[in-house]
Design a protein around this ligand. Structure first.
Ligand code: ZN
Length: 146
């Protein structure tokens, strides 16, 4: 049986370019298959890449190992209005260092355990666990999904 890594990853427009193992964690380097985006200012389609500054974000563990995704953060320049737009990703909110599904996971775990236990299990500081929990709780409140 051959399951492709991208299928396992399950993130829209993302494909695993390569993966490597470090002490205690795995890094999956992602590529995005869409070549451009619509300008956030005037909606014109652009594939004129201005800048790409990849970031490392924590994702759900695989086989008991911590996982970080190296995600391209692309800025595109608009041929129409000349402004630049940073690509929005459905699985990662702006300026976050954790995927949305990882934050969801932390939220659910804290509901079952304590922030202290989750902090130990996930190797995150208690402060971060609490802030993720509070953030997700207010997000759910806002979206009315509690
Ligand atoms: Zn534009």
């Amino acid at each position: 049986m051959d399951i492709h890594l991208d299928t396992l990853l399950g993130l829209p427009y993302a494909t695993v370019f390569t993966c490597y193992q470090k002490a205690g964690f795995i890094i999956l380097k992602l590529d995005l298959i869409n070549e451009g985006i619509n300008c956030h200012h005037c909606q014109t389609y652009t594939d004129k890449l201005h800048e790409d500054r990849p970031i490392l974000v924590r994702d759900l563990s695989i086989c008991g190992q911590k996982v970080y995704l190296q995600v391209p953060r692309r800025q595109f320049e608009c041929p129409n209005c000349q402004k630049t737009s940073t690509e929005r990703l459905s699985f990662l909110e702006t300026r976050r260092r954790y995927t949305v599904r990882y934050e969801e996971y932390i939220y659910e775990r804290v509901k079952e355990l304590t922030a202290e236990q989750v902090s130990q299990n996930e190797d995150l500081s208690p402060k971060i666990v609490t802030s993720i929990f509070q953030r997700m709780a207010s997000r759910k409140k806002r979206l009315g999904t509690t």
